[in-house]
Ligand binder design. Structure first.
Ligand code: CA
Ligand code: CA
Length: 191
């Protein structure tokens, strides 16, 4: 079974810009997590392509109830800046989104950053849970293959914000069956 959502065997099938690496200093599960190293103008995307063929079949089945996306994330910051707009009150930020293979936004999942719940003042790890109802699954089904994308960015100052992602799960469930994210992937991981 493929289980690269924990980053215990490296990036697996995740695609990562240089700013995202596998880190051993922080982990929610096991000993490793994906880490975005903050710094002036640091930017990078961490992407997992999800082939939703099996989920699509499930969605066409009225027995399907819902799907769940779950992950843990951690914010450590040295920057107290509040950005320039009420809609984006961060100097340094992290987004989680579903995007098409060519980068178009399908749905925004999480928008957070340096002024949100940080490890120094709040929970060491925040836990994200999103329950996708059939209406949420419909646009994903239309694409068949979608990217789960974490995008991180730091502004130009020398006050960094670093982010960690770990224990990513995607689970589609019906009344009698439960399919876990690793089982709906087509490709074997490249170690
Ligand atoms: Ca881990
Ligand atoms: Ca900053």
């Amino acid at each position: 079974m493929i289980t690269d959502g924990d980053f215990e065997v490296g990036l697996g099938n995740w695609q990562a810009d240089a700013a995202w690496t596998i880190d051993t200093t922080r982990a929610y599960s096991g000993s490793y997590a994906a880490h975005f190293a903050g710094g002036p103008n640091a930017a990078g995307m961490l992407t997992r392509t999800l082939a939703l063929t099996q989920v699509t079949q499930l969605a066409a089945n009225p027995a399907l109830l819902d799907a769940t996306l779950w992950f843990a994330y951690r914010i450590e910051n040295a920057d107290g800046g509040l950005g320039s707009t009420p809609q984006m009150p961060f100097d340094d930020w992290l987004l989680a989104e579903f995007r098409t293979a060519d980068g178009k936004l399908i749905s925004s999942l999480l928008r957070t950053g340096n002024s949100a719940d940080t490890a120094s003042d709040g929970l060491p790890w925040d836990r994200y849970l999103y329950r996708l109802l059939p209406a949420d699954l419909a646009p994903l089904n239309a694409f068949g293959t979608v990217n789960l994308v974490f995008t991180a960015f730091n502004d130009a100052d020398t006050l960094p914000t670093s982010f960690w992602i770990d224990a990513v799960r995607f689970c589609a469930s019906g009344p009698r069956q439960r399919y876990y994210y690793p089982l709906v992937l087509h490709a074997a991981p490249a170690q």
